[in-house]
Design a protein around this ligand. Sequence first.
Ligand SMILES: C[S@@+](CC[C@H](N)C(=O)[O-])C[C@H]1O[C@@H](n2cnc3c(N)ncnc32)[C@H](O)[C@@H]1O
Length: 214
Amino acid sequence: MTARAAARLARESRNWLAPFLDALSIAGPRILELGSGEHYADSAVLSERGFTLLACDRRPAHTTSLSVHAFAADISRPLPVRTAAVDTVLASLSLHYFTWATTVEIFAEIHRVLRPGGALLFRVNAADDLNYGAGIGDEIEPGYFRSDGRYGAPCKRFFTEDTVRAALTDLFEVSHLEHRSSDRYGATKQVWECLAHATSATRGPGWSSNRKPA
Ligand SMILES: C[S@@+](CC[C@H](N)C(=O)[O-])C[C@H]1O[C@@H](n2cnc3c(N)ncnc32)[C@H](O)[C@@H]1O
């Protein structure tokens, strides 16, 4: 990564996280980041603010200067984290690679690792994210396209407001949901940004990951 790209990444991390810092402080100090990427840009901002960071990715890079505990995990599988162990789950641009059934399972797994009332802060590709492949290629499921395979993922989902809300099911209550533009990776990227809180709903008998988007 060039110095310029690294500076842009750091600036964009500070900017997108800034409006949520108070809500994350209220949620508590323990944050789990899913799909952190190798630069830990978001984790760096939050560890500087005094949060305790667990960060996972498929193959996490070594962290040197940050107080971030990095570990390897496939976020489409059950997470190696105890139930109700964290106050916040953060996922920037890492929850949009999965089939609908897996997406709903991932949100349920996030709910499991959050303490009751804990926060989920995430952002995902929006359906108008034209610079990053929206509407291009084979559509395997509604909004889910075969992609260029970057980040080890053969497919990408592009969310609408309705599909963001559908993925959250009744396990989360939406506190903030907004369509935004980002220059994180250079070309303008369209995303949905969401802060939600874990409800007391549980996956009881009859709960099914095969629910379709609304
Ligand atoms: C677009 S990058 C986002 C990285 C960083 N969070 C950011 O905002 O710049 C997507 C990240 O999700 C990770 N990822 C994709 N599928 C994953 C999976 N099944 N398990 C763990 N990490 C995954 C990729 O390795 C990559 O680091």
